[in-house]
Unconditional design. Structure first.
Length: 403
């Protein structure tokens, strides 16, 4: 596919840089547009100043892509970050709207000169890009990292409340327009695909390409023998839609009945403390961790818990499996498709604290059995290595370019 014809536009990252890398290696990446600064473009800044830059600049560097194909719009992301500090939902959403719309208009303005054959956009950030692309005969692909917004509304009140603000309604309108304008939609799980189909989107234009993880990195933890007290782990944003409140309630009950059991939280400390109203024996909050730090922590864990009310995929599930850690997930987690009951984990009903408590309790009672799941968990994760995602992505876009 030696045709540099595919433009990818994402204001931050998600998994878009993985797609860009796969298409670049195949020789068909036209360009990659983003709001995140590329470390290489800051080489003119004195080293002693660069060392003081936020770590996110270096963590999100795009060194695997040619610098000439990376285009950065500086400014809008600062607006979004400043607005996110306000307690008012309306202000936070207004900041998002300003930032994503500015990025969208910027990408759209480049299309007549850039002339790609395919443009890949992301939710809330590509409505105008798709409109201009359609007028130029350019194919539009929506890479949908989340489930359909109708499903989000049914799962948690935060999504419904966003519609009470002007900015929230505008963002919703952008999402709806992007779905209509897209020639193809790529979802990250069959679960997410079903949410779009249930909302009336033609299943014919929906494809699935499951995201994954660096299995080689996380499998380093699979060789460590687990022992001692039972250790559960939650990794991610401690939030309502992740079922974090259910997890804290279930663990508090469990800790009052079983000596030594532990729950480790790898996530934002301030977010986690919103759900922890009192001291809980065995609860350990580590804060945000790098991938390497997470691997080191997983090496000591017995079971990952992700009781989300709604999760399009849940990358941490396959990361834990790669580390040899079985998982407990809700049936509203896309990555539950990787779980074989009682083989590498368990699937429980979403929004059910009692089911979660019973499953965690059963793991404690049968911890020796849980620890024997290490090898099959690691084996399962191999199907979710980024190499498989890249191969499927290349195949999809070959067909898209061929019409």
């Amino acid at each position: 596919m030696p045709d540099s014809a595919i433009l990818i536009a994402h204001p931050t990252r998600q998994h878009s840089h993985r797609l860009a890398k796969a298409l670049q290696e195949e020789g068909c990446l036209h360009s990659y547009c983003t709001l995140l600064p590329d470390e290489r473009s800051l080489a003119w800044v004195p080293l002693f100043i660069r060392k003081r830059f936020p770590s996110t600049i270096f963590r999100n560097s795009l060194c695997e892509l040619p610098q000439g194909k990376v285009h950065v719009l500086v400014g809008p992301l600062i607006t979004q970050k400043l607005a996110s500090r306000f307690s008012s939902l309306g202000i936070r959403l207004f900041g998002e709207l300003l930032s994503w719309a500015a990025f969208d208009r910027w990408v759209a303005s480049q299309l007549p000169q850039q002339k790609p054959r395919v443009v890949v956009g992301y939710e809330m950030c590509c409505a105008e890009t798709f409109r201009v692309a359609k007028s130029l005969g350019v194919k539009c692909v929506l890479d949908a990292a989340a489930v359909h917004f109708d499903s989000q509304d049914s799962a948690y009140i935060g999504s419904r409340n966003s519609q009470l603000t002007w900015a929230g309604r505008q963002l919703r309108a952008r999402k709806a327009a992007e779905i209509v304008l897209a020639d193809q939609i790529i979802c990250v799980s069959e679960f997410a695909k079903r949410s779009y189909a249930a909302a009336g989107v033609d299943p014919v234009k929906i494809s699935v390409n499951a995201v994954g993880c660096d299995t080689q990195l996380f499998s380093q933890a699979s060789t460590v023998q687990r022992s001692g007290s039972v250790k559960f782990i939650f990794a991610g944003v401690p939030a309502y839609h992740k079922g974090f409140d259910l997890l804290i309630a279930s663990f508090e009950k469990l800790a009052s009945q079983i000596d030594g059991v532990e729950l480790h939280i790898a996530g934002d400390i301030l977010f986690a403390e919103r759900f922890v109203k009192r001291s809980i024996k065995g609860l350990k909050i580590h804060g945000k961790l790098s991938h390497i730090q997470l691997v080191e922590l997983l090496a000591r864990m017995d079971c990952l818990v992700l009781p989300s009310r709604l999760e399009s995929f849940g990358m941490v599930v396959v990361e834990a499996l790669a580390a040899g850690v079985p998982v407990i997930v809700s049936d509203h987690v896309g990555a539950a498709e990787s779980i074989k009951a009682r083989v590498n984990g368990w699937i429980i009903p979403a929004d059910n604290a009692e089911a979660l408590y019973q499953r965690m309790s059963a793991c404690c009672e049968n911890i020796d059995k849980v620890r024997t799941m290490r090898a099959v968990s690691t084996e399962t994760a191999r199907a979710y290595d980024w190499a498989h995602y890249s191969r499927r992505a290349v195949e999809f876009f070959k067909l898209t370019l061929q019409g």
